[in-house]
Design a protein around this ligand. Structure first.
Ligand code: ZN
Length: 190
């Protein structure tokens, strides 16, 4: 089932997401739905708060990047209760976008390597290191678990320039071809 994606301004995008345990209801279905939603909207990662579940769950598939970045091969992951342990390496500028912030792309500076602990879909613990595009996608999705968005990381001047566009997105004044929940949309006009 394709889920509705929360747009910029939605309060769930600003919550710090919670760890879950094995008994979390309908988790397999939620994971399957998140992958379906991500592929449908042509994303490479999706965090549960984006589909209105304030829990520490992200799904990732960086395969669309495999031509440009060899490390993107075989990088389909489910991460539950993800916690970044360490960020290292060089500062790397990369142009990011977000399904919750459609039609905005900005260069964002982040470290090139991460070490992260997480549980897979069988609740088996992993501690892994990632770099390059894989690290970048995880860092972006991880921000969602911390109630942050990539547009929070731009300069104050850039933020001023983006303000109007972001307000428009929260009101649903944006061209998008997947289902979104716009927090400040005037419902009577629809
Ligand atoms: Zn995002």
């Amino acid at each position: 089932m394709i889920l509705t994606i929360n747009a910029y301004g939605h309060p769930t995008l600003r919550k710090i997401a919670k760890d879950i345990d094995k008994d979390y209801p309908n988790l397999d279905k939620l994971i399957a739905d998140m992958f379906e939603t991500m592929y449908f909207s042509k994303g490479v990662g999706l965090a549960a708060p984006q589909v209105d579940f304030p829990i520490r769950l992200i799904v990732i598939d960086t395969i669309p990047f495999k031509k440009e970045y060899p490390e993107a091969m075989d990088m389909k992951k489910i991460m539950i209760n993800a916690h970044i342990v360490e960020e290292s390496g060089n500062d790397w500028l990369y142009n990011e976008g977000c399904l919750s912030v459609p039609n905005i792309h900005e260069d964002i500076l982040r470290k090139s390597k991460i070490k992260i602990e997480y549980l897979d879909e069988n609740f088996v613990e992993h501690v892994e290191e990632f770099e390059g595009i894989n690290a970048r996608v995880i860092q972006h999705e991880y921000d969602h678990l911390e109630g942050k968005l990539f547009v929070d990381r731009v300069s104050p001047l850039k933020k001023m320039i983006l303000k109007r566009k972001l307000t428009d997105i929260s009101k649903g004044i944006v061209d998008v071809d997947y289902k979104m929940n716009f927090p400040f949309q005037n419902k009577r006009r629809r």
